[in-house]
Design a protein around this ligand. Structure first.
Ligand SMILES: Cc1cc2nc3c(=O)[nH]c(=O)nc-3n(C[C@H](O)[C@H](O)[C@H](O)COP(=O)(O)OP(=O)(O)OC[C@H]3O[C@@H](n4cnc5c(N)ncnc54)[C@H](O)[C@@H]3O)c2cc1C
Length: 287
């Protein structure tokens, strides 16, 4: 199929973006990498009257390490993040996550801001943002504001992004020494969206873990932090018994419902398997 007709504007400045968003409201869509938006137009799942292309706005792209955090501009391509030495050094979780996102051709165009703004419940980057305690920077005609990733993702494809605003950057606090991350997922084919996935981020203290954050994706309307399972792993030595206790605690944290990929019970089973694998990766680092 072909998309419904639309007007196209290649924005020359953020002010022009805000002006167009104010004028066209719900009839306008921001175009970043186009890897989700263009298929949805072609399938006529969406038919905006105006596309506002932000790809020319250099100020929205790039990675900078400043004031104890890594600032990743919204327009930074997923491939750039994958190849960045700064990311590998300061937030290796983001580099680890990239091979799970689609294929190189998609990552060459897809942006971090597009993935965060879209808030697909099965996407890797929103879960990473929650696990890393990232802040999402938003810009509108009234200036910038930031919101914690946990609060930013509100519901199914629903975020804190207000009318007339764009995601301008993702701000990731540089993890202190000793923090480690791991990620795993099940997908039907490599590059597909996950049936279910898990991101883990924790402080490794000898053979124990502290400040444990386990964030699942593909099990609910938005990234789900497994607080009960994480609490079980706090402090004590990570081993067979504690991992099993964390797996049992998942019943408190997760209420996966059936989707096109799997039944809820299957997802809960896969969540247990992922907990074993992903926490196992962290534990190996703890040895
Ligand atoms: C075959 C295929 C497989 C894929 N597999 C995965 C996968 O496994 N995991 C995964 O996470 N993703 C996957 N994707 C999606 C891919 O990661 C997209 O790049 C991403 O979801 C959207 O980023 P984008 O820059 O392409 O955004 P676009 O498609 O341009 O935009 C997506 C939405 O976000 C809005 N938007 C974009 N940027 C901004 C901004 N800065 N501010 C406000 N709103 C904005 C747009 O208006 C639109 O509504 C896949 C895509 C394809 C085609």
């Amino acid at each position: 199929m072909k998309p419904a007709p639309f007007a196209y504007v290649r924005a020359a400045s953020l002010d022009q973006v805000f002006d167009l968003l104010a004028r066209h409201g719900d009839e306008a869509r921001v175009l970043a990498g186009g890897q989700s938006l263009i298929p949805s137009l072609n399938l006529r799942l969406s038919a905006p009257a105006v596309l506002i292309d932000i790809n020319g706005l250099e100020e929205l792209a790039g990675i900078a390490v400043q004031n104890g955090r890594v600032r990743i501009g919204a327009l930074t391509r997923q491939r750039t993040i994958e190849d960045s030495h700064e990311i590998a050094r300061h937030v290796p979780l983001l580099k680890m996550a990239m091979p799970y996102i689609a294929h190189p051709a998609v990552r060459n165009r897809g942006t971090i801001g597009g993935s965060i703004a879209l808030a697909d419940p099965a996407a890797e980057l929103p879960a990473c943002a929650v696990a890393l305690g990232a802040q999402i920077e938003l810009r509108g005609a009234d200036g910038p504001r930031t919101v914690g990733a946990t609060e930013f993702f509100r519901d199914l494809y629903e975020t804190d992004l207000g009318p007339g605003e764009v995601v301008s950057a993702v701000l990731v606090p540089k993890p202190a020494d000793g923090y480690r991350s791991a990620i795993g997922e099940f997908a039907r084919r490599h590059g597909d969206y996950a049936m279910i996935g898990l991101v883990a981020h924790a402080r490794v203290e000898g053979t124990a873990l502290g400040d444990v954050r386990l964030v699942f994706f593909g099990v609910g309307a938005k990234p789900v932090q497994a607080h009960a399972a994480g609490a079980v792993l706090e402090g004590g030595e990570v081993g067979r018994a504690s991992v099993q206790a964390a797996q049992d605690a998942l019943a408190e944290d997760l209420e996966p419902t059936a989707d096109l990929q799997a039944a809820g019970a299957t997802k809960l089973h896969l969540a247990r398997v992922l907990t074993d694998r992903v926490v196992g990766q962290l534990a190996r680092e703890a040895r």
